[in-house]
Design a protein around this ligand. Structure first.
Ligand code: PLP
Length: 389
């Protein structure tokens, strides 16, 4: 289902409490916080020593793209023709990079011919051959060979699906060079990577691959995976990552190699909060209006044991929104669909006084929430408001 909400029609409030007070939302309500988008973009644009590509799959909603564009992001890591079309329809000058190593037939051709996309990823000879046949002008391309980087630092691994070992990558680099395209390397350490060292290790593997191949590469793309802070899980500060990455790059044979990164989660997670309503409380069970098939989809992943920070909010007798205080207890939180799997995997700690009609505000809900919601059972969270000026 496509986003239906116009950004310029989103109501604007000074705070989450004001939004709740005014709208008394009975449907899940996304709260967009522009200054948090701006802060995240600034961190990367200022401190990362190369191009910063926003990985669109973390949140392809126009409001997220707009916030990042306004904050200076101009490059996009897009993994399908559909994602390229979303970005280009909003910002024709945006620079898209087609960074999926397995593309549907015809998509590279359309990306190259209709949208001027010149960066592509491959991790197999078959995909390289397909890419070259579809685009037909290798001199214009930079082709990134994807390395495996299963280094154990990330909560969500991706190397079982994509990437090749250094020996295989070295062979592919030769083939890319022989084609006339500019050979490059990339890896993705996995998502919510809590270990800055994983990037340094992967950069070392990239250097070994370059040495083994004896091919000079034109760029190194170190992927995404930068974490964000969730409830009870403070992510290491980004400068630890950037320092570690810069040091690893300085140890490469060509320290001046152009680099790129592809953060998704880190650019959008903190910029959106979600207001849900308690439809029914039954003892220590809360039935709320959003769940696993809506904004909480990522919680179904076994390795992902992070929780969104939750706050209880009530409307007092005068209709003013107040943060609930008092002793907290764990609640089982159920979503609105009839599926018994629609329950958050871990209990939420909320004030014991929370009651029917109260609200639960979840923070850090900008990444892998909006992007993977479904309309299963007739529920589709899609109400929006802006917070701040
Ligand atoms: C998903 C993905 C990203 C973004 O990952 P985050 O963990 O959100 O930063 C970047 N690059 C590739 C290749 C991806 O698949």
């Amino acid at each position: 289902m496509n986003a239906t909400v116009r950004i310029d029609a989103m109501p604007r409030f000074a705070s989450a409490l004001k939004a709740i007070e005014s709208l008394k939302p009975s449907e899940p309500l996304y709260l967009v916080q522009p200054e948090k988008f701006a802060a995240a973009a600034k961190t990367f644009l200022t401190d990362f020593p190369g191009d910063v590509l926003y990985a669109l799959k973390a949140n392809p909603h126009p409001v997220a793209i707009e916030q990042l564009w306004k904050s200076g992001i101009r490059h996009f890591d897009t993994a399908s023709l559909g994602e390229i079309e979303i970005v280009k329809s909003l910002y024709p000058d945006a620079i898209c990079h087609f960074m999926a190593p397995v593309r549907l037939p015809g998509q590279a051709k359309a990306a190259f011919e209709q949208h001027g996309v010149t960066d592509y990823v491959v991790d197999s000879e078959a995909e390289l051959a397909k890419l070259l046949a579809e685009t037909g002008n290798p001199k214009k391309l930079r082709i990134f060979v994807r390395l495996v980087a299963s280094l154990g630092g990330a909560l969500l691994e991706m190397s079982s699906k994509y990437g090749c070992r250094p020996e295989e990558a070295a062979k592919l680099l030769h083939k890319v060079k022989a084609s006339g395209a500019a050979p490059c390397l990339t890896f993705h350490v996995g998502s919510q990577c809590l270990s800055p060292f994983s990037y340094a290790q992967a950069i070392e593997i990239a250097q070994r691959t370059i040495t083994m191949a004896g091919v000079e590469i034109a760029a190194l793309d170190i992927g995404g995976g930068f974490p964000t802070s969730y409830a009870g899980q403070e992510a290491p500060p980004y400068h630890w990552y950037f320092d570690m990455i810069k040091e690893a790059l300085s140890n490469m044979e060509r320290p001046s190699l152009p680099v790129m990164c592809e953060p998704g989660r880190a650019l959008v997670a903190q910029g959106i909060s979600l207001v849900t309503q308690v439809v029914m409380r039954r003892g220590d069970r809360l039935y709320i209006n959003d769940g696993i098939y809506g904004s909480f989809d990522e919680q179904r992943f076994a390795g992902f044991d992070e929780d969104y920070p939750a706050t209880g909010i009530t409307l007092d007798a005068k209709g003013k929104a107040k943060t609930l205080t008092g002793e907290k207890r764990p609640f089982r939180v159920y979503g609105p669909t009839c599926d018994s799997a629609d329950v958050l995997p871990r209990p939420a700690l909320l004030p014991d006084s929370i009651a029917n009609g109260d609200f639960v505000l979840f923070d850090a809900m900008g990444a892998y929430t909006v992007s993977s919601r479904s309309s299963f059972n007739g529920y589709y969270p899609d109400a929006w408001a802006m917070i701040g000026d």
